[in-house]
Write a protein that binds this ligand. Sequence first.
Ligand code: ADP
Ligand code: MG
Length: 363
Amino acid sequence: MTGIRLEHINKSYDGKELAVEDLSLELKPGSFVCLLGPSGCGKTTTLRMIAGLERVDSGSIRAGGRDFDVPGKNLFIPPEDRNLGLVFQSYALWPHMTVEDNVAFGLKMRKTSPQKREKLVSDALAQLKMEPYRKRYPAELSGGQQQRIALARMLAVEPEILLLDEPLSNLDAALRLEMRSELKRLHARLHNTIVFVTHDQLEAMSLATDIAVMSKGRLEQYDTPMNVYRKPSTAFVAKFVGNPPMNMIVFNQGDIEPWMYKLREEVSARRSIAEPERINTIGFRSEDALVGGGNDAGRWWSQEVRLDTVLPTGPETVLSLMAGHFSIYLITGQDCTLTPGEGTVISIPYEKLHLFDAGGFRI
Ligand SMILES: Nc1ncnc2c1ncn2[C@@H]1O[C@H](COP(=O)(O)OP(=O)(O)O)[C@@H](O)[C@H]1O
Ligand SMILES: [Mg+2]
């Protein structure tokens, strides 16, 4: 197993704006790391630098004791010598080659012996349950099957590191779920180090051992999925991860209502924060609020609200509520007995409130 260490990486394409800025990441051997963030935040650039398809401007990438890219020492290992497997969103199978020839292609390039090649191809196809299709051409396969072949082709060369760039985003929802399980099973069996790029927070939550959340070329948080969700380091992470997104009361924008100031005073007193003004944002998750009063008054913040709309999703119900002019989303497992326009009270334990300063950092 091979770990990867990125240290203080900077990268710009045009010499001006940085696509990746001062990025440091240590990927433990055998970890399944998701690079997560909105479009344009530098995920693909980071992956391509690990692959060696892009050079870093400054900083270093090392893996398994080898200097992948260290411009300061003029060291660079080309992509084909890094022992990695790559899969992109577009599977790029050769249309004129059968499934087995597609999977064998990389091995032929490496001049692997025909006997060994046959075994590696069969093993890789078996891993992805695609053996029955080995004589077919890509055009005779569904999108999901083509993506399986792309994965088999990657596995056949026995890479130490797997790099995947949004490999599931062209698949429909049911297939995507199936392929997520497939990838997780593969990882559990092979223990390769995986770097997986996605803009889908649910995908990252369900796959990763560690998530690196990026925004505008910078690392916002690098942590376990549960910590990213439960203890977001920044207001950006809090808002980006979770559906519905975290409810955010922001004090330097929009209309600030008296109940918001009161909440800020109360939470400051409880957390021994000397200057309440330091708190710029108060957030809480939809599932951490409940309709009705908390049972231990001192532990809960309660707020009068008015029901706006009810949005049933099947297993649970999303309630849209108004506190003054501020809209709050709340998830409940119970059926809603309120009618729109009706008043009620919601309660949230004080310890479930997330506080951020004006720089967006968690207090
Ligand atoms: N080949 C390129 N030439 C110039 N700019 C690029 C190139 N590739 C990416 N960029 C820019 O770098 C930034 C990061 O892009 P990218 O790494 O593709 O983000 P992501 O994969 O997170 O969507 C964006 O501003 C993008 O426009
Ligand atoms: Mg990308």
